[in-house]
Design a protein around this ligand. Structure first.
Ligand code: AMP
Length: 194
């Protein structure tokens, strides 16, 4: 099994590049943001809780996220030859929980691809996406908050995964296919996929 974390700020291109990576390597996508948006659309209890955080640009509490992640992983695992974790982990406790969850199952994170994009460009991309996608959290006020949360709480994961030896920084500006090439080069120089 090959397990990859795609990491970066909101708007850094994680979703776009995940789709291309799935096509290339046949991995299974777990986007915690997508899981939560589905729960909101279904009007479930979990969706109601999630909405109260997402609409403010805040993170859902770690314990809840870790449970959601583990149940998605176990549900999808039988048909999977590896995973892309997109939007998870977002905090150090989540990274530690992911490590333990995988270790308990005889697995590990092989590669962490960090998409690095300047804040001004992220802001522009997210405002544009909001106009097109209608995502309720892609409005200027919530975007500002999400970027703050990213810098204070999520970006320390770069140091965490650098220490683990799995972090690869990727310049996340430019054409989608150029960025994709940078990612596949980083993955393929790091590991042999089978
Ligand atoms: P995303 O689609 O990954 O940008 O996620 C949208 C929103 O869902 C985030 O702004 C958070 O409010 C929430 N969310 C998604 N993944 C996580 C996570 N791993 N931890 C906490 N909150 C999350």
């Amino acid at each position: 099994m090959f397990n990859l974390v795609i990491f970066g700020a909101p708007g850094s291109g994680k979703g776009t590049q995940s789709e291309k990576l799935i096509d290339r390597y046949g991995l299974t996508h777990i986007s915690t943001g997508d899981v939560l948006r589905k729960e909101i659309a279904a009007g479930s209890e979990l969706g109601k809780i999630a909405d109260s955080y997402i609409s403010k640009g805040q993170l859902i509490p770690d314990e809840l996220m870790v449970d959601i992640l583990a149940s998605e992983f176990d549900r999808l695992r039988p048909e999977s030859k590896g995973f892309i974790f997109d939007g998870f982990p977002r905090t150090i406790p989540q990274a530690e929980a992911l490590k333990k969850m995988l270790e308990d199952r005889g697995e590990e994170v092989h590669s962490v691809i960090g998409l690095e994009v300047a804040d001004e460009e992220l802001m522009e991309r997210l405002i544009k996406r909001g106009a097109e996608s209608g995502r309720s959290d892609d409005n200027p006020e919530t975007i500002g908050n999400r970027l703050k949360v990213y810098h204070s709480t999520t970006s320390p994961l770069r140091d965490y995964y650098t220490a683990e030896g799995t972090y690869r920084a990727i310049q996340g500006s430019g054409r989608v296919d150029e960025i994709f090439s940078r990612i596949t080069e980083a993955i393929e120089s790091q590991t042999v996929l089978n």
